[in-house]
Design a binder for this molecule. Structure first.
Ligand SMILES: O=C(O)C(=O)C[C@]1(C(=O)O)C=C[C@@H](O)C=C1
Length: 378
């Protein structure tokens, strides 16, 4: 009802303006109206920026955090819920992602370290999470990302943690054994591979370069469409794209973003064998994140080696109806056949039920560490 009413209002008011310019809307008339609306949007953006700068000044006085993810989430949820259309809600989120990213940069520029090099999927995930105005800094390795945050050189770090086809990235999980950084957010990114070259013609391709993971994820497509063509492993999809800029007979499997960055043509889009290929990334910071109302908590613990222990470690959650979304085990370094467990559950560590369950779990554990509570990725 409300939706129809707003649509009716939108169309009738648009028509009135159009009619005042000419009876029949022409392309030029419509563009004139769009320009007038864009001018209004720009004026409003500047009014908003002025308020944000005042917020920034208040935060400087009170020494409060500039970045407030819970407030950002509230803004996205309110606007997408109230959006009458026809502008798509996904678009509303994207537009406000950039407005808030630029606003935050006005208050205080935010540096985010990610697993480099540039143009990899970690870079895309960082752009998706923090917008284009954040200062995104590529690091050589997962430990280097953690170190940059630990030392205060970056406010957050972003690293991959699991892929829906290749499984868990154990290097990231292992980092939590030595690091006290907290998980502040998770980012889900659909991973799509593109075959890129200088000419964009499949018949010119005599060699394909990529990181071993994308090569593995596109194995069937390559065997069917480019049989007998040598496949060359390189350290990253970005390096593959860089090599291809200098060789007309080579192609790279990389992201669509790499094509625009290195001025390459798309030979074929989406060549991955498995559709719905997602990578999950973690955002780590020095503090715990606030409750958002729809959160997950990650824990790490080791248990005593005794009969029935696997059952006992799950009882505190099952008895309180807490949903476990993931459980993973890793060998405990230096101790043969002893394991560390990683557990993700629904809820925030400040929820009394979750806090009680973790407390109860510690009675059958050698140690328990809360890695963070963070908003569930949508
Ligand atoms: O409300 C705040 O605390 C702000 O700093 C403003 C604002 C925004 O642009 O709306 C900017 C950055 C924060 O992360 C959250 C929101």
């Amino acid at each position: 009802m409300a939706y129809r009413y707003v649509l009716y209002r939108t169309f009738t008011s648009a028509r009135k303006v159009t009619e005042s310019v000419s009876d029949k809307p022409t392309l030029a008339n419509l563009r004139q109206e769009i320009d007038a609306i864009d001018d209004k949007i720009l004026e409003l953006l500047n009014q908003r920026a002025t308020l944000v700068m005042q917020v920034g000044a208040l935060k400087t006085q009170t020494k409060s955090d500039f970045h407030v993810p819970s407030r950002e989430r509230e803004i996205y949820e309110r606007l997408t819920a109230n959006n009458p259309g026809p502008f798509p809600s996904e678009g509303v989120r994207g537009v406000f992602r950039e407005i808030i990213s630029a606003s935050l940069a006005l208050e205080s520029p935010m540096r985010v370290a990610f697993l480099g090099p540039s143009a990899t999927f970690s870079h895309l995930a960082a752009m998706q999470q923090f917008g284009l105005s954040a200062e995104l800094s590529p690091e050589r390795s997962i430990p280097a990302v953690f170190e940059a945050v630990q030392k205060g050189e970056a406010y957050y770090g972003l690293v991959p943690v699991e892929n829906s086809t290749e499984g868990v990235i154990s290097h990231t999980l292992d980092m939590f054994m030595e690091s006290d950084l907290k998980i502040n957010a998770e980012v889900l990114l659909e991973v799509s591979h593109f075959l890129l070259s200088r000419t964009g013609r499949i018949e010119d391709v005599k060699k394909v370069y990529s990181h071993p993971q994308p090569l593995a994820q596109c194995r069937k497509w390559l065997a069917t469409n480019l049989p007998n063509i040598p496949l060359v492993d390189v350290a990253s999809t970005t390096l593959a794209a860089q090599i291809v800029t200098e060789d007309y007979t080579a192609a790279a499997i990389a992201s669509e973003y790499a094509a625009s960055l290195y001025n390459l043509k798309v030979v074929k889009a989406r060549i991955e064998d498995q559709v719905n290929n997602f990578t999950r990334f973690l955002v780590v910071g020095r503090k715990f994140a606030d409750r958002s109302g729809d959160d997950k908590t990650s824990l790490m613990f080791s248990v005593k080696d005794e009969p029935g222990i696997l059952h006992r470690m799950l009882v505190p959650f099952a008895s309180r109806g807490i949903n476990l979304t993931k459980i993973e085990s890793r060998p405990l370094k230096g101790k043969a056949w002893e394991y560390i467990f990683y557990l993700d559950l629904s809820g925030h560590i400040s929820d009394p039920q979750v806090a009680e369950a973790v407390q109860e779990l510690s009675s059958c554990c050698q140690f328990v560490k809360v890695l963070g509570s963070y908003p569930r990725a949508k």
